[in-house]
Write a new protein. Structure first.
Length: 357
């Protein structure tokens, strides 16, 4: 299988799509290595990963599982593990887990002794197609999602669909929302292939088929090109947040417990499409196509907002907003998008009204 290369202005690194769990690939550190994972993933895979690490010494740090733990307390725990095991500037952190682990390890490695290398081994579909690639690392706080963080690229990413066999169907569906997001904005042909994917009645049928791997590969190829053009999200990379402006508020207001990230993104996509239709940039037919794919994945785009004004005000904490202007990523048909920062409060509230209780 292929190795893709992410090339930024400051670094380059491989994204290896292969049977990592069952080949002779080794991860090498010039000094020590610290594997960071959660209890579930460590229980399933740590015994398979440890023999692949070549380092002077390998230690393990376990953090709680769940988006609600993607916070400064967990990062502090990772740093304490690093200090307790006497990592130095030539040491390596290894993220073994989903998007939460990828984000926190990237952040912790970026600030430990002003930056040490890290490698990502994503174990969820969402992390494989999104969180592990591109170097956006962050944590949540009381004001919102991923508001504390940095851009810090890994030294390598190892993707193996074998990890997906231990995911729940819910997690598979959540990951496919991120795949759809990329295709709607950048690749109509790939979106059409997504439309032809069989309904997700069986996880094993999906994973045993030849359909999923090309979708993962194409998602990463698109993200690689976007990151290479706009590493720090000043322009085109913002399109990868299609649906996220709404989703992050939903996650925050439900305390990161009600929805998986991809489930919230699916709702955010539905909201963004409502706004795009309202503005005339997305036809009813294309919106229906997107909704139909989400429905076939078992992703429900319905949501009810308790307080529209509070929801609106939360937009101003979004990282994409500046100078009191809200910026939205909206599809213009399938395969293209626009970045809009010229919308009035009335236009935005009109969209939110569709989701009011």
């Amino acid at each position: 299988m292929p190795t893709l290369t992410i090339q930024t202005s400051t670094t380059s690194y491989p994204v290896v799509i292969d049977e990592f769990l069952h080949n002779d690939t080794c991860i090498t550190s010039q000094s020590k290595a610290l594997i960071v994972s959660n209890p579930k993933i460590a229980g399933l895979y740590l015994h398979k990963i440890l023999p692949k690490i070549q380092a002077q010494e390998v230690s393990v740090c376990i953090v709680p599982d769940g988006e609600e733990y993607k916070n400064m307390q967990s990062v502090e725990h990772i740093l304490q593990c690093a200090f307790a095991n006497r990592l130095d500037r030539k040491s390596l952190m290894i993220a073994l887990g989903g998007g939460v682990i990828s984000d926190m390890v990237g952040f912790a490695s970026g600030i430990f002794e002003r930056g040490i290398s890290y490698v990502s081994i994503p174990t969820t579909l969402l992390a494989q197609v999104d969180a592990s690639v591109g170097g956006k690392c962050g944590i949540n706080n009381a004001y919102g999602k991923n508001l504390i963080g940095l851009f810090y690229q890994p030294s390598a990413v190892y993707i193996d669909t074998g990890f997906l066999h231990t995911l729940s169907m819910r997690e598979i569906r959540a990951g496919l929302a991120e795949v759809l997001k990329v295709f709607v904005c950048f690749d109509e042909q790939a979106f059409t292939k997504l439309e032809k994917l069989e309904p997700l009645e069986s996880k094993s049928a999906l994973l045993d088929s030849s359909a999923l791997l090309p979708l993962i590969q194409r998602s990463i190829e698109i993200k690689a090109k976007v990151v290479e053009q706009d590493e720090r999200e000043s322009n085109i990379r913002a399109a990868l947040n299609y649906g996220h402006t709404f989703a992050h508020i939903i996650e925050m207001q439900t305390h990161y417990k009600r929805f998986l990230h991809g489930e919230a993104v699916a709702i955010g996509i539905a909201m963004a499409n409502t706004l795009a239709q309202q503005l005339g940039s997305l036809s009813a037919a294309d919106s229906k196509r997107i909704s139909a794919v989400l429905a076939r994945f078992g992703l429900d785009g319905s949501y009810r907002i308790n307080d529209i004004e509070a929801f609106y005000q939360a937009f101003f904490l979004d990282k994409k907003s500046s100078n009191n202007k809200l910026r939205f990523i909206l599809p213009e048909g399938i395969g293209s998008f626009s970045l809009r920062d010229d919308l009035s409060k009335e236009q935005i509230l009109s969209c939110l009204q569709h989701y009011a209780r």
